[in-house]
Design a protein around this ligand. Structure first.
Ligand SMILES: NC(=O)c1ccc[n+]([C@@H]2O[C@H](COP(=O)([O-])OP(=O)(O)OC[C@H]3O[C@@H](n4cnc5c(N)ncnc54)[C@H](OP(=O)(O)O)[C@@H]3O)[C@@H](O)[C@H]2O)c1
Length: 253
């Protein structure tokens, strides 16, 4: 029923966590070609590639630092030269590092904004150039509850994710008339390497769970499912949407 047959997808930050789960799910949904972007973890990206191939997709791994516009442009160029088109982009790569505002250095601010937000500009800009010439395409950004209600001691992260939400809406309005859908998935806590440290602390975990109606964090696969929905024809009536996937946690914020 849900199918990505014949589609070519590029997923940033697909060596681990949500991006890796998305790549595997896209392969299971019949995608023809999958570009698995990584930055530091080539072996992990190769393992995701092998899984995608086992599900019947063609897949390649491409190293690119999403914080660098030229690096992202080169990756999108490689995708189009290999597959001849680009149907789906998931702008997922990101980092989450804490810093109190009074101690936050310019370098810390820039690293988070560049990796999480400038990267989405770079990815959408390079992808849109190809999608506009095709007259079709789907962009899914990965934002966060932090971009909706803020996050203490992670103000740069919250600002980057709030920026992604506005960017998603702006691009939906700009690109919709020309056949390109732009939506976002906004996860709450997800069980990945990114959140491993706070979730490993019993006290932190108890605090986190007290704010989640389902009393658990989501799995990476539970975020990949809604991303697949937004990448598929089943979401044809949606653009500019921010889809919350947070086990109910925005109800408590
Ligand atoms: N986990 C959560 O609780 C949570 C909650 C809300 C939103 N999110 C968002 O969901 C997205 C994915 O998070 P995750 O939990 O899956 O994180 P993760 O497990 O830490 O994985 C992060 C991914 O991003 C890649 N990456 C990091 N910096 C990069 C760069 N400069 N260039 C290219 N790739 C880069 C990593 O690649 P390498 O391993 O190759 O370096 C890795 O594949 C992020 O945007 C995050 O903000 C996560």
């Amino acid at each position: 029923m849900i199918s990505l047959a014949d589609k070519v997808a590029l997923i940033t930050g697909a060596s681990r966590g949500i991006g890796a789960a998305t790549a595997r799910l896209f392969a299971q949904a019949g995608a023809r070609g999958i570009v698995i972007n990584y930055h530091a973890n080539r072996d992990a990206a190769e393992a995701v590639r092998e899984d995608c191939i086992a599900f019947g997709a063609d897949a390649i791994v491409v190293r690119a630092d999403v914080a660098k516009v030229s690096s992202v442009r080169a990756m999108v160029g490689k995708t189009v030269s290999r597959y001849g088109r680009l149907d789906i982009v998931v702008a997922n790569a990101g980092i989450w590092k804490g810093a109190p505002i009074e101690e936050m250095s310019e370098a810390q601010w820039d690293e988070t904004i560049d990796t999480n937000l400038k990267s989405v500009y770079a990815t959408c800009s390079a992808a849109a150039a190809h999608m506009l010439s095709q007259g079709s395409g789907r962009i899914i950004t990965v934002s966060s509850t932090a971009g909706q209600r803020g996050e203490a001691f992670h103000s740069h992260y919250a600002a980057s994710k709030g920026g992604i939400i506005s960017l998603t809406k702006a691009l939906a309005a700009e690109l919709g008339p020309r056949g390109i859908f732009v939506n976002s998935v906004a996860p709450g806590w997800v069980d990945t390497d990114m959140s491993a440290e706070p979730l490993a602390s019993r006290a932190e975990r108890r605090k986190i769970m007290s704010l989640i109606p389902l009393q658990r964090v989501a799995t990476a696969e539970e975020i990949a499912g809604p991303i697949l929905f937004l990448a598929s024809d089943l979401s044809n009536g949606m653009t500019g949407e921010i889809l919350n996937v947070n086990c109910g946690s925005v109800l408590c914020g």
